[in-house]
Design a binder for this molecule. Sequence first.
Ligand code: ADP
Ligand code: MG
Length: 625
Amino acid sequence: MADIIRLLSDTVANQIAAGEVIQRPASAVKELMENAVDAGARRIHLVLKDAGKTLIQIVDDGCGMSETDARLCFERHATSKLRAIDDLFALRTMGFRGEALASVASVAQVELRTRPHGEEVGFRVLVEGGQHRAQDQIATAEGTSISVRNLFYNVPARRNFLKSDPVEFRHVQEEFIRVALAHPEIHFEFHHNDNQVFDLRPGNLRQRIAGVFGKLYNERLVPVEEETSIVRVEGYVGKPEFAKKSRGEQYFYVNGRFIKDPYLHHAVNAAFDSLLPGDAYPSYWLRLQVDPASIDVNIHPTKTEIKFSYDKDIYAILRSAVKRAIGRFSVAPSLDFEQEPSFEVPLAKLDQIPRQPEIRINPNYNPFRTGEEPKRFEVGSVRSTPDRAETRQWLHMHREETTIRQSESLIIPSAETSEQRLLRIFEDLDDFRFVHVGQGIASASHPEGLVLIHLAGARERVLYEDNLRYLSSKPAVSQQQLFPVQVQFNPNDYLVVCELLPELQKLGFDLAEFGGNTLVVQGRPAELDAGDESSVLHELVERFKQQTRDSATLPVHERLARSFARTRVQRQRSPFASREIRQLAIDLLHCEEPFAGLSGEVLLRSFDSNQLQNLIQPNRSTQHA
Ligand code: ADP
Ligand code: MG
């Protein structure tokens, strides 16, 4: 019989190996970003075209590569990070197998430009389908830039297997977020088809989370910290009332590496226990530091799974750390958490000492944020439930806590900012005269000066934050219809509205499917007038689709809350009576973000008497408005 066994060529072997490491644009992005992190970059820029199918480029300002290294790095098993097998258990880097660049280069057209710090010239290497095409000296910035063009151009089966651009983009974005969250100290930028997706400035973890998920998250985080001899845990969990109905905001890092670990996930879930409704998932961003010798990271091609030597202990420590963190930051009396002891340093049961908020000094004190819930200006509104007041109180207490405990928090200004000044002068509301001056602007005059209020913007902000709360914690009150109305949609809109049914329910719409692209409205949000259901729903769907086109990256809740707020503002006459403006001002000051409108407009602007003088007699003093 003839000999039939043959050694695979390097190219084919690499393509096969690539299948494990590089499945889609997102996997290439992950590997390249991790290389940039390993290279000590302070700034990493990701540029994509067509969700990465046409181009993935990563530019970093890391250590760069020498000429020889630049040539060698595309070889299989070429790595600077590992020499002997023992090194595997002392790893401080993300990479170690020397596989990624070889894999990427075997299935794409790759251009590497690199220059080590301090060198005069840089070096460029072109590799196509695993074959070296060219190399030369070039002028280039310090650091490394790798462009990956036409991924899988030579493996049609894989290329065809790729999903639509939006789907692939979502995967890339998720990988980007995972790396960006692991390294808040690094400046990350991300452009897709010339649009900026993220510009994340260096900061701490809290700031990074807010940068990625939105500023509102700053108020939703509970810090977790625990230090024991086998693991150090730090990071944040989301407050229970902001838990999501879908998985997603769940991030574990072990020694800087993002991992998926159902066992540890279970530990966090267990800590939340009865605080979450059955169908909600807690959010968390937790970093674990362990001795590299106590884990094995080499058990999965994408390195997202880890074997721990002390998994049971880590489970218990994590669960207890999260549980205590939630307990310490909860002030709602209904949260009956049994106190678990800390593992090695028993913690004083501080949280069980009754609080005496009145002897605390709070520089941000504002009478509108505590006490009795003010009534909305819609007469007969059913929105102001006692629960809502509780929530407010809760938020306020937490704001105090945050101010005192979290010196790193974004919301702590050092001197009195113009915003704090506004909060301070608004404390004495009795001295205010509210007047609608036309063009959707109201003025509020007081002995110290004048405040201008953007009425529509303010109202939109208030409604939007209400909506977010309805969607995430306390559903709105629905008013049953005396005569249920049918609303018909076009097929596309019908799909959109059906996908949103659970959310619309929380906003107060009681809807049932009727067939023929038609819904029956059995209940409507209490503030809507009867007869408006159909037009409001159509307008809402329209705005939602527009939001989705404009900012697909925003979570559904965010988009829907915005759309519904805008829909209602557009339909409502402006509040004219001073009583109504005054109530709007109070509601606005209750907001998480009272100063900025949803589209960035200024909602409140104050002028003190000096500034007003200056407007009238510009030469009188040098002060500027
Ligand atoms: P690994 O990361 O497992 O070592 P890779 O194939 O990802 O393997 O990279 C091979 C080598 O190329 C790395 O070990 C490193 O020395 C070098 N390298 C890759 N990317 C960069 C970069 N952005 N900056 C500097 N060196 C890099
Ligand atoms: Mg690597």
